[in-house]
Design a protein around this ligand. Structure first.
Ligand code: NAD
Length: 243
């Protein structure tokens, strides 16, 4: 902890790289958490594909509307707030997230690099243009349900969630910005991510190769060669700031 605090005090450019674990304590389940109701019968990774959407759009849209409802009902936790505070204290901070929620923004981070898109930016599955309509507030209970996706107001194609599915490329601009930040930083904090989803998981590796110190904050700390702070992000991050 003291070593990381020392590095934070002297860092020129900090990259904060977050995953689902940073939002877990806001009540947003990670993919590896047990799910309830309808969703407990599905592998989340199998729902997060274009193939699944083509086969059963109402099932996949219903799953994402359930997730959007969870996010709308959630609030940023102490980890999101500590990252926003850190951004005010260091000379430069780039925040790269794999999360599709908006809890970093709601905690006060103005610029967030979303590598995997957002639950709040649906677009057309056919013509790819952003949805021009307004989504109703999702009305989905704990059990979840199948929901027919709305139609594109321009081409009548089905609207899909604005997230990156398995097998799809990352959005160009965020990926370019993330690579540039990883190559430039001198300290990278990797928070609440299993580091299994590629190519996002390359970001800490690139930073390490360029000579940056890499610090993991995770319930399970198992990475050799880096600094690991084991525990919950909401508890550890405020302590890192000395609060
Ligand atoms: P993951 O589910 O693979 O791993 C979560 C990691 O967080 C694990 O290593 C776990 O040990 C750790 N963790 C769990 N609770 C924690 C806590 N309280 N404090 C610190 N660490 C904690 O998540 P991932 O690596 O982000 O990859 C999964 C993919 O799923 C990503 O692409 C992401 O877009 C997507 N996803 C996003 C959300 C979200 O937006 N909130 C939620 C679920 C999944």
């Amino acid at each position: 902890m003291l070593e990381v605090q020392r590095r934070l005090r002297t860092a020129r450019h900090v990259v904060v790289f977050t995953g689902a674990g940073v939002s877990a304590e806001s009540g947003i389940p990670t993919f590896r958490d047990a799910l309830s109701g309808l969703w407990s019968r599905f592998d989340p990774a199998a729902l997060a594909t274009a193939e699944a959407f083509r086969k059963d759009p109402a099932l996949v849209w219903g799953w994402y509307e359930w997730r959007r409802a969870r996010v709308l009902a959630a609030a940023p936790n102490a980890a999101h707030l500590a990252i926003a505070e850190l951004a005010r204290r260091v000379p430069r901070l780039s925040l790269i997230t794999q999360n599709v929620d908006d809890l970093h923004e709601r905690a006060g981070c103005a610029e967030v690099i979303h590598l995997h898109g957002s639950l709040h930016a649906p677009r057309c599955f056919a013509c790819t243009r952003p949805y021009a309509g307004v989504l109703p507030l999702p009305d989905v209970g704990e059990e979840g349900s199948r929901i027919e996706p709305p139609r594109c107001l321009r081409c009548n194609g089905r609207i899909r969630p604005g997230v990156v599915w398995f097998g799809e490329s990352l959005p160009e601009r965020p990926w370019r910005d993330a690579l540039a930040a990883a190559r430039d930083c001198d300290l990278l904090l990797s928070i609440g991510t299993s580091g299994l989803v590629m190519p996002a998981a390359q970001i800490p590796r690139i930073a390490r190769q360029q000579g940056a110190a890499v610090v993991h904050v995770n319930l399970h700390a198992e990475v050799d060669g880096d600094i690991c702070l084991q525990g919950s992000a909401a508890e550890l991050l405020p302590r890192l700031l000395g609060d």
